[in-house]
Design a protein around this ligand. Structure first.
Ligand SMILES: *[C@@H]1O[C@H](CO)[C@@H](O)[C@H](O)[C@H]1NC(C)=O
Ligand SMILES: *[C@@H]1O[C@H](CO)[C@@H](O)[C@H](O)[C@H]1NC(C)=O
Ligand SMILES: *[C@@H]1O[C@H](CO)[C@@H](O)[C@H](O)[C@H]1NC(C)=O
Ligand SMILES: *[C@@H]1O[C@H](CO)[C@@H](O)[C@H](O)[C@H]1NC(C)=O
Ligand SMILES: *[C@@H]1O[C@H](CO)[C@@H](O)[C@H](O)[C@H]1NC(C)=O
Ligand SMILES: *[C@@H]1O[C@H](CO)[C@@H](O)[C@H](O)[C@H]1NC(C)=O
Length: 368
């Protein structure tokens, strides 16, 4: 009995406690709702305020929507780029932001880049005129283990017969699918070729500049300061095409002092009527080329400066962002004697140039 009574009292006690508690909670809840309702809907809210709130909500909605759309579109874009980049997954670390577009990861059709697949490659072109030391300069560059300069590829007429042919040829070179003795292929860090201004370059300069800008090709101009020396070299080289002084073969560049001495024996006679107009024309063409390509990434070098100061080769390697090396060439200069000893009609030439803009060419022997 006592037990059941005890239970009863306990039950009643608990219920008596429970009910007020519950009802108190309800009251609390009611109070809260009432309270918040009061706050949310002030009875005397003016129409304009409602309109402002509505407009604000609408603007927010549109803004959120636009952000969502933007994110979706960038996601899809990233996906598209991702397919290309992902496979290369070569990433340029430790490179300045501005440099990144200049780094290429070509995928040649003809071979695999193997362990160098993620070595970035830079594109360049040596723009020059005949007999300005560009052959020598190119052998210097090619003595660098990471440089492939493929020679004068546009000396072949077919390759420059029209713009599309020119662009196609460059595509092949820059994709590392062009084979010459200079190709180093898989571990090249800089790939390029030599291009004479009279090989379709000036005629098609617009398209070529566009190509250089789009594909981030760096231009290396190489000219000669002493255009009179260049003129002698041009005439002598052209003479040797027929004369073939070296045992019946024509050579534009030589690798021994003996050969150089034989070629230098020929002393051309310069036409003094044409002398100044021709010097001026060479000068103007070079200036025009630099003007055409001024919006591309470029550097202007002079043969004489490189001969006199090998530090210039450091500048070139820096320009191409190459690891620094000491560059070597086996080529030997052909004309080393003073100019006065290399021209048959020196007196006429001296008379003609004295007092002109080109007078200094007569006296630049000490340097080169
Ligand atoms: C990545 O390259 C491999 C082999 O070259 C190829 O099978 C695969 O389809 C490529 N993937 C993408 C996403 O391009
Ligand atoms: C461009 O030149 C190449 C080679 O000479 C030739 O095969 C091609 O048909 C030419 N294309 C045009 C559009 O003239
Ligand atoms: C240069 O070539 C060497 C040998 O082929 C290679 O190991 C190295 O990674 C290359 N360097 C660059 C910067 O590409
Ligand atoms: C010309 O040929 C002869 C005989 O083959 C050779 O001894 C000489 O060295 C060659 N000279 C040059 C400049 O190549
Ligand atoms: C120099 O060139 C001009 C124009 O081509 C020509 O008329 C003249 O005969 C040439 N003079 C000599 C000495 O060859
Ligand atoms: C050699 O070339 C370097 C790099 O262009 C230059 O800083 C330096 O002044 C030059 N030295 C001389 C003696 O001209």
């Amino acid at each position: 009995m006592g037990l059941s009574l005890k239970w009863k009292t306990r039950k009643s006690a608990s219920s008596s406690i429970f009910i007020p508690c519950f009802s108190g909670l309800m009251e609390d809840l009611c109070f809260l709702t009432k309270d918040s309702l009061v706050i949310k809907t002030p009875k005397k809210s003016p129409l304009t305020l409602r309109m402002v709130v509505l407009a604000f909500a609408a603007v927010c909605g549109v803004y959120i929507c636009s952000i969502c759309l933007e994110q979706i579109s960038t996601q899809t874009k990233a996906k598209f780029i991702g397919i290309e980049v992902l496979n290369q997954s070569c990433h340029s670390s430790g490179v300045e932001e501005l440099e990144i577009p200049y780094l290429h990861y070509p995928k040649p059709k003809t071979f695999s880049r193997k362990e160098c697949v993620c070595n970035p490659v830079r594109f360049f072109a040596i723009l020059s005129v005949q007999r300005s030391g560009s052959g020598w300069f190119e052998t210097l560059l090619n003595s660098h283990i990471n440089v492939s300069s493929n020679g004068e590829i546009f000396s072949v007429r077919d390759r420059r017969s029209n713009v599309s042919s020119i662009l196609k040829t460059m595509d092949k070179v820059y994709n590392l699918d062009w084979f010459t003795s200079a190709s180093k292929n898989e571990c090249s860090a800089a790939i390029g070729f030599k291009w004479m201004l009279n090989q379709g370059l000036m005629e098609n300069h617009k398209e070529i500049v566009d190509y250089f800008k789009e594909r981030k090709v760096s231009a290396i101009f190489l000219f000669r300061r002493n255009l009179l020396r260049r003129m002698i070299s041009v005439i002598a080289n052209s003479y040797d095409k027929d004369a073939k002084l070296l045992n019946g073969t024509h050579k534009s560049h030589v690798h021994s002092l003996v050969e150089a001495r034989i070629l230098a024996k020929y002393k051309p006679k310069l036409n003094d009527t044409l002398l100044i107009p021709e010097l001026k024309q060479t000068e103007d063409t070079a200036a025009k080329a630099i003007e055409y390509f001024k919006s591309t990434r470029h550097i202007v070098l002079y043969y004489e400066d490189i001969v006199n100061n090998r530090t210039k080769l450091k500048d070139v390697q820096e320009f191409l962002r190459l690891p620094y090396r000491d560059l070597q060439s086996r080529q030997v200069r052909i004309h080393t004697a003073p100019l006065s000893k290399q021209v048959e009609n020196w007196d006429d030439v001296e008379k003609k140039l004295t007092g002109t803009l080109y007078e200094s060419f007569l006296h630049q022997d000490q340097q080169v």
